[in-house]
Design a protein around this ligand. Structure first.
Ligand code: GMT
Length: 377
């Protein structure tokens, strides 16, 4: 017989797929009767309204004058231990090995009881940070000292093992979307703000980091637009944004491309799209492709990282080698020009999102891991 748990969750609360997944997971666990304590530097942006069973503990950084760099990590570790002791937490579930799993390791020593820790790897902690020799031992320590480690794709598990040479068990727990939020929304009037009846909408959503290859998004769109009247909607902000704006001006596509900036109500925004473009260099999972899938929008993307585990080539989208914008554009055109095929892809998207990546299934997988590390299974 299982019992409700008291769980501390730490993530990057301000943006990114990992923050979204961690926050949504906390909300779903709270709905199932668990007590959830977010321990972060600010309120997770997807937390929404007040909810029973959810608490927020703010990490305040001590900016003592001798510190050249205020030690956020140490403040976080202390706060984790303090909340754990005060609330009698069963476990800490941290998202990202660096620094969060390292802080959880410290908190465990400070807590004075057998506080369990679960670490979820989201990608950049391995694909970027673990390339740095000076951080490898730290990341290995963080992973090996967690009571359970999960990763969001098989590709990330493989890469973690290879890069860090560890043989610890890593559980696969795919990302998920809440089916009560992500479903095709009726959006005719919003759509007509951007396109006329005979035009299609291609969309890209990201943090505009170089790894997202937003320049390829523009190239794919330009090729598609030559054959299929369409508009490109770019959602999000980040370091490559000015470069992309310049590229669009140079290509004379200003009246075809709309920049929507950061958007909160992603399900509504995605619902107006016909296709999602995700040509990333690397993507441990690609949450935005799942959000699109759940809204019935196929993805045209790259064969990179975990994307092929999510997008079924020829069923819920099309995938090409990284940088092959000709192939991506050809696939997009074929799909947009064939109504019957488009409808089949749309149905396949909805089915796959609601079965393999639905919130009930993935939440239950995390719960099983929690009970296992606590010896309650
Ligand atoms: O992609 C980013 O730059 C943001 C980053 C994050 O921390 O949210 O995304 C990573 O985690 C997401 C949630 O698990 C995954 O969907 C993204 O694929 C992953 N990004 C990369 O691997 C580049």
């Amino acid at each position: 017989m299982t019992r409700p748990l008291k769980i501390g969750i730490t993530c990057y609360p301000t943006l990114g797929g990992s923050g979204v997944v961690a926050t949504e997971l906390g909300k779903l666990l709270a709905e199932k009767g668990h007590e959830i304590h977010f321990i972060t530097h600010s309120i997770p942006f997807r937390l929404g309204q007040f909810k029973k069973n959810i608490f927020f503990h703010e990490v305040e950084v001590n900016d003592y004058y001798v510190f050249r760099y205020p030690p956020y990590d140490l403040s976080l570790a202390s706060k984790m231990a303090q909340v754990a002791k005060m609330q009698n937490l069963d476990l800490l579930h941290v998202h990202y090995a660096v620094p969060h799993a390292v802080c959880a390791f410290l908190a465990k020593q400070m807590a004075g009881y057998d506080l369990r820790t679960v670490t979820t790897l989201h990608g950049t902690d391995i694909t970027v940070l673990a390339q740095d020799e000076s951080l490898k031992d730290l990341i290995r320590l963080a992973i090996n000292s967690s009571d359970a480690v999960t990763a969001v794709s098989n590709d990330l598990i493989k890469e973690t093992r290879e890069l860090l040479d560890i043989d610890k068990n890593i559980d696969l727990t795919y990302n998920f979307v809440d089916k009560r939020i992500y479903y095709p929304r009726s959006c005719a009037s919003l759509r007509s703000d951007f396109v006329s009846d005979n035009e299609k909408i291609l969309m890209h959503i990201s943090n505009f980091r170089p790894v997202k290859r937003v320049s390829d998004v523009v190239d794919v769109f330009a090729k598609v637009h030559e054959q299929v009247p369409s508009k490109l909607l770019l959602v999000g902000e980040g370091p490559d944004l000015p470069k992309i704006q310049q590229k669009i001006r140079t290509m004379g596509l200003e009246d075809r491309v709309h920049f929507l900036g950061k958007q909160d109500d992603v399900a509504h925004v995605i619902s107006i799209a016909d296709l999602m473009l995700l040509p990333s260099e690397k993507e441990s999972f690609g949450l935005v492709a799942l959000e699109a899938m759940a809204c019935g929008v196929p993805t045209i993307g790259s064969i990179a990282g975990g994307i092929p585990e999510l997008v079924t080539h020829g069923e819920t989208g099309y995938l090409s080698p990284v940088g092959d914008t000709d192939s991506m554009a050809a696939d997009a055109i074929r799909l947009l020009q064939n109504e019957r095929m488009f409808h089949e892809f749309r149905e396949a998207c909805l089915h796959r999102a609601r079965t393999r990546f639905c919130n009930d299934r993935i939440t239950a997988e995390y719960e099983q891991i929690y009970y296992r590390v606590l010896g309650l299974d």
